[in-house]
Design a protein around this ligand. Structure first.
Ligand code: AKG
Length: 271
């Protein structure tokens, strides 16, 4: 481990993203890889191919109901929940949901710039997405972030329209439309890191991020694990946004502490 917990916490609070080189041991990485492979071989009801202008594959799956069993041992053994509580400075951590991505087979499109928070009915300080890649990536081929954007406006989601990355997910106009960051890159501070398997990027669900395309002969297999902690509330979103938990939107109302028995409690609290 080549970082300092206190400076990682400061970085996460300031930038909404932190790079933790070799945070996963070979055993933890292997368990994560097996979970990822499980997802690929057991697609859930929401697995989909994201539309592309080429024949390349951009596959994703999320909220697979089988994950709670298939991922349980991996999550309980993983160092990530403790890293999240360190970053937040609070002792609770619950697993919210997984998402897997696979880009391969040619020139894939970028993952449009977006904030995960637009798709989720949860807000607050203690939120984290752990981004794990199983392929080494150059800085240019990696996931990119706008540091500090977790403190800025929450934009409408991208609906991943093949012709327009900023085309809004929702139609009511309650949230501002995403700016065209990709066309105006020089107006933004953008960070990314070259990645080796075992490295971890952890970001807040409100942080603007977008993923590089992959090129012919390359492949990007990534697993993202989303967690929440003590300081989180249920927020109103249109069309009852995720996480996809049976009955959640009936049990919680805006402003309630974000809690539900459905979520896996992963905190290792002192006895
Ligand atoms: O890996 C990618 O291309 C996208 C990751 C992402 O956008 C996410 O996990 O929210």
């Amino acid at each position: 481990m080549s970082w300092n917990a206190e400076s990682a916490r400061e970085t996460f609070a300031r930038d909404g993203v932190v790079f933790l080189p070799q945070a996963l041991s070979p055993a933890a990485l292997e368990q994560a890889r097996k979970a990822y492979e499980w997802s690929l071989t057991n697609p859930g009801p929401l697995a989909s191919k994201i539309p592309q202008k080429t024949d390349a594959l951009f596959y994703q799956d999320l909220y697979n109901p089988g994950c709670r069993d298939a991922y349980r041992d991996m999550l309980r053994a993983s160092p990530i929940p403790a890293l999240c509580t360190d970053l937040w400075g609070t002792p609770d951590c619950w697993f919210m949901y997984e998402q897997v991505f696979l880009k391969e087979g040619g020139e894939s499109r970028r993952t449009p710039w977006h904030q995960d928070a637009s798709y989720l009915c949860v807000g607050g300080k203690d939120l984290a997405v752990a981004w794990i890649t199983f392929d080494p990536l150059s800085k240019e081929d990696s996931l990119e972030f706008i540091p500090g954007s977790h403190k800025g406006p929450l934009y409408d989601g991208s609906r991943f329209d093949v012709d327009d990355d900023t085309a809004p997910l929702y139609t009511s106009g309650q949230m501002p439309r995403l700016p065209d960051i990709e066309k105006n890159r020089r107006d933004y501070e953008i960070v990314s890191w070259p990645i080796q398997p075992g490295d971890l990027v952890i970001f807040h669900t409100h942080t603007l991020h977008g993923g590089a395309p992959t090129h012919t002969g390359a492949r990007r297999r990534t697993l993202t694990l989303r967690f929440f902690g003590r300081e989180c509330i249920y927020e109103n979103r249109e069309r009852q946004a995720g996480p996809n938990v049976p009955g959640l939107h009936k049990r919680l109302k805006p402003g309630d502490a974000f809690r539900d028995d459905w979520f896996m409690d992963l905190a290792k609290r002192a006895a």
